[in-house]
Design a protein around this ligand. Sequence first.
Ligand SMILES: Cc1ncc(C[n+]2csc(CCOP(=O)(O)OP(=O)(O)O)c2C)c(N)n1
Ligand SMILES: [Mg+2]
Length: 413
Amino acid sequence: MTGAEGSRGMDAYSVPEAPYRPGDKPSFDAWDFAPEDLSRPDPKTCTAKETVEHAEGLIRVLNDDGIASGEWNPNLSSDELLLGLEHMCRLRIFDERMMKMQRTGKLSFYMRSYGEEAVAISQTMALKYHDWVFPTYRQPGCQFVRNRDMVSMINHCIGNVEDNVKGRQMPVHYTWKEGYFISVSSPVGTQFSQAVGVAMASAYKGDDQVTITWIGDGASAEGDYHYAINFASVFKPPIILCVVNNQWAISTHRNLASGGENFASRAIPYDIPSFRVDGNDFLALYSVTKWARQRASAGMGATHIEVLTYRSGAHSSSDDPSRYRPSDEQDFWPGGDPIDRLKQHLINIGQWSEEQHLELEQKLDSEVTAAYKEAVTHGDLANGPWPPASTIFTEVYEEIPWHIQEQREQLGK
Ligand SMILES: Cc1ncc(C[n+]2csc(CCOP(=O)(O)OP(=O)(O)O)c2C)c(N)n1
Ligand SMILES: [Mg+2]
C-alpha cells in the first residue's frame, strides 16, 4: 500500500507474546470462581446463549482444599473415585517407565500426559464403552479406562514383532479398534473434523454411539478445528468437542492461537453450548462430559469444552522446555496437580490415606515393570526383532496401487 491509507505502520501489526519466558517470575490470575458460581442447565433444552457465562467462567467442583460442592458435583461413589485415581496413577507411572525406555534406546520417541492425566481418564469414564474416541497423543489414558492390555501398548511403543500397527506409526500414536480408539494422527488436528464426520454417520444410522474428540490449544488454530465446529453446528451430530488448553504448543504460547482470549467462547457464535472447565478437577471434567453425553444422546447435538490445564512436562522426549518457559512455571499453576487433588478429596471424605496411596503406587509400579518385561521378550527398537519390512506394503490399501506394487518388487519383499 502507498500513501496515507497505508501509513499505520508496523505498530498496528499484533503478534501475541508469551507472558513469561525463562528467568521471569510467573503469576497466573487468581481463580476466584467458587464451585457454586455456575449453574447446571438442563442438557436436553440448553441453548448456546445460556452457556455464555459458563464459557467465560470456569466450572470447578473441587476447591483448593479438595472439598466438592456445587450443582456440577457428579456425586460419584467412592469406588468410582478410587478407580479414577488408580487409572491416573497408572498412566503417570507408565509414562515414567516409557521415558526411561526412551532414554535407553528401547523406543525412539515418547510423549507423556504429565499434569493432564484427568483429561483422558475422567472424560472416558463419563462415556459408554462403545463411544468413539478420536484422541491426540495426549490422551492414551483412555485405553486404561477401557482395559487395554498394557503389554500390547508397550509392544506398540517399542515397535517389536507384536506391535499391532507393525511399526507403521510413531510411538504413542496408538490404534485400538476393539476399544473404539481411533488411530492417533501425526499431523495435528485432523481428528477433529474426522470425528464430526463419524458422529454425523451415527446420527444418520440412528445408532446410540456418541463421539468425543480432543485438540490442543495450538492445533485449534488450524482449519480442521473450524471445519469441524461448523459442521457440528449445522448438522448437530452427537459429538463432544474438547480443546485442551495446556498453555503451550511446544514452545509456542497459547496466546498465539487465541489472541489472548479464552477458547470456550469461540463456540457460542456457532450456536454450540460451551463450557470452560478446570481440567485438573476430576469431578468437574467428569460432570461436564456426562452432561455433553446426555445432550448428544438426546439428539440435541454438539457440546464444546475448553479443558483448562497445564502441560507439566516437556512436549515430548525431544523437547527441553527450560529453553522457552520459566522452569518453575508449573508451581504457579492455580489448578495444581490432578492426582494430588483427587487424592486429597478422597482423604477428606475418609476413603483414602497416604499409606494406601503409597501401596497403590508400588502395586502399579510392579504392574508396569511386569508388563515391560513381558513386552521386551518380543523384541524392542534397539535390538529387534522388528516387524518384517514387507509390512510397509500390506494392510494399508485394499488393493495395492501399481506404483506401490512396483516399489515392493524393487525391494524384493
Ligand atoms: C499439521 C502439523 N503441524 C505441526 C506439527 C508439529 N507439532 C507436533 S505437536 C505440535 C504442537 C501442538 O500443540 P497443541 O495443539 O497445543 O497440543 P499439545 O502438544 O500441547 O498437547 C506441533 C507444532 C504436526 N505434527 N502437525
Ligand atoms: Mg497445548
